[in-house]
Design a protein around this ligand. Structure first.
Ligand code: IPE
Ligand code: IPE
Ligand code: MG
Length: 242
């Protein structure tokens, strides 16, 4: 079967990676940057079209203030340090999530990075920061409601395509492969709508240890699956509907 077109990853396990070494959790977040670079590079090399990484959830704001502050400054530094290399590698970067909840300086830096890389076509990279799948759906609902209230949209015309068009990932095909590191088997409010038919891959590998080998394992697993989308196995394999 074909390579996944769009991979979504919940990058989990940084804190436990650090704690296992007797280091503060923030050391795990720092160690989580290199696997991000490796993953982007490898996806581009393989020809994966889109990669969406969960970096900070709407719920992660409830963590201790110092951990949140460290994560925000890591995002800022990573943007500063990486954006030119992303650009020269043909990566288009977009941040998905509730931008208004971020520091104004970070919002500006995000806008600059997005503008710089906007014309790139090799890999669409989305980094989810202050993102929640429920937040995304509520925002979409609010925009549809506003258009309906203004008379621009009839409620009867709201269909799946209309709602999907208002979501953060509206321009991209749905992720076909969803990976979560860190051993937990849950979605944690990541892309609720868009992963309706994603193949799920869970690994005990903690995010700082994620590398090309684990990515290859996830892709090989994906390629071995029969994606039926509600049909029978016979229909999918062309043996007929029986
Ligand atoms: C994922 O690692 C990174 C973020 C959620 C920001 P964690 O920080 O959740 O690491 P664990 O799950 O506590 O090990
Ligand atoms: C999910 O990890 C969010 C990110 C990886 C950014 P969490 O560590 O926040 O998820 P829970 O709390 O274990 O569900
Ligand atoms: Mg976690």
């Amino acid at each position: 079967m074909a390579l996944p077109q769009h991979i979504a990853i919940v990058m989990d396990g940084n804190g436990r990676w650090a704690e296992a070494r007797g280091e503060p959790r923030t050391a795990g977040h720092r160690a989580g940057i290199e696997p991000v670079r490796r993953t982007i590079r490898e996806c581009a090399r393989l020809g994966v079209r889109a990669l969406t990484l969960f970096a900070f959830s709407s719920e992660n704001w409830r963590r201790p203030e110092t951990e949140v502050a460290t994560l925000m400054s890591l995002f800022m530094d990573a943007l500063d340090r990486e954006v030119e290399e992303l650009d020269s590698n043909g990566v288009r970067l977009r941040i998905i999530g509730n931008r208004q909840s971020l520091a104004v300086r970070l919002q500006q830096r995000i806008a600059e990075a997005e503008a710089l890389t906007a014309a790139n076509t090799r890999l669409d990279l989305q980094v989810a920061v202050s993102y929640g799948g429920r937040w995304d759906l509520v925002e979409a609902a609010r925009r549809l409601a506003a258009r309906a209230a203004s008379g621009a949209l009839r409620p009867a015309d709201i269909d799946e395509a209309a709602l999907a068009a208002e979501l953060q990932l509206s321009e991209l095909p749905d992720p076909d492969l969803f990976i979560r590191t860190g051993g937990d088997h849950r979605v944690s409010n990541f892309l609720l709508w868009n992963i309706a038919y994603a193949e799920l891959f869970f690994t005990d590998t903690l995010w700082p240890d994620f590398d090309e080998r684990v990515l290859a394992e996830a892709i090989a697993d994906f390629e071995s699956r029969e994606r039926r989308f509600g049909l029978t196995g016979g229909q999918v394999s062309g043996r007929g509907g029986a």
